[in-house]
Design a protein around this ligand. Structure first.
Ligand code: SAH
Length: 241
């Protein structure tokens, strides 16, 4: 799978994709990440990518011409396996379901906005979709794009060493097609500063461990994300433990 990122700060991505499972996946050729400098599609002396908003108001916007030209030259043809995504605080909220859907693409191209945002014609006529990574405003789409690349890449076959670990984790659908947070996990030492690991995890009884993990995941989901727990409870045959 190939990830493209279109940005005015290509240097920004020197670090984020060089570590851990994403870095390894790039090295092994399972995924490719191509960073494109938006200014390569400008023709004036100052390589201008922004302009003032019509109707007045604060700041500058990324202008449409370089963005359209860039996408059209990276992808002379669009197709169902290619998805152009505008990173935007007013986009649809990114979640694990969306990550799974994007992981089914051959190529995705993430457009990182800057300044006060991007000329709306990019959302309307260039991007296939608009994605927000959360209800807060970042100063640019680069961090958001890095989040999407990471979450999508690790769902591709062979990127995470043990594929089971992406099946049993927070937000992965269970048999009811619903989402729950991961259960609390512990490693050695069994007692640290007086805090003990739950006994059940030490006794080797896998049926009991499984039961404990389900209950602990449900408890943590209720405590941290009551709205997720409610959504799940609504669709379950019986009440949650
Ligand atoms: N004026 C805009 C914010 C622009 S922030 C507004 O009020 O919504 C500049 C750029 O940062 C955006 O164009 C977008 O690409 C990126 N960005 C900011 N917040 C984001 C978020 N929550 N998710 C994804 N991208 C975001």
């Amino acid at each position: 799978m190939t990830f493209h990122v279109l940005t005015i700060f290509p240097e920004f991505f020197r670090g984020p994709f060089e570590h851990g499972v994403v870095g390894k996946a790039v090295e092994s050729g399972r995924i490719a990440i191509r960073i494109h400098n938006l200014r390569d599609w400008t023709y004036d002396r100052h390589r201008t990518v922004d302009d003032r908003p019509f109707g007045g108001g604060e700041g500058m916007l990324l202008k449409p011409e370089p963005l359209f030209e860039a996408v059209e030259s990276i992808w002379p043809e669009r197709g169902p396996g290619r998805r152009a995504v505008l990173m935007s605080a007013s986009g649809r909220l990114f979640d694990q379901e969306m990550a799974k859907r994007l992981a089914g693409m051959e190529e995705i191209l993430l457009i990182a906005g800057r300044y006060e945002g991007v000329d709306e014609r990019v959302a309307e006529h260039l991007a296939d979709e608009e994605i927000s990574i959360g209800d807060y405003v970042l100063s640019g789409g680069e961090l958001a794009a890095a989040v999407v690349v990471d979450a999508v890449a690790r769902l591709r076959e062979g990127v995470v060493g043990n594929q089971d670990s992406t099946r049993y984790e927070s937000f992965s659908s269970d048999e009811y097609g619903l989402n729950m947070l991961d259960c609390p996990q512990y490693t050695r030492p069994a007692e640290f500063r007086g805090w003990k690991v739950p006994d059940v995890l030490l006794n080797g009884n896998h049926a009991e461990i499984r039961k404990w993990r389900e209950a602990a995941a449900a408890e943590k989901t209720r405590r941290m994300r009551p709205e997720l727990a409610r959504r799940r409870a609504d669709s379950l045959p019986g009440p949650l433990e």
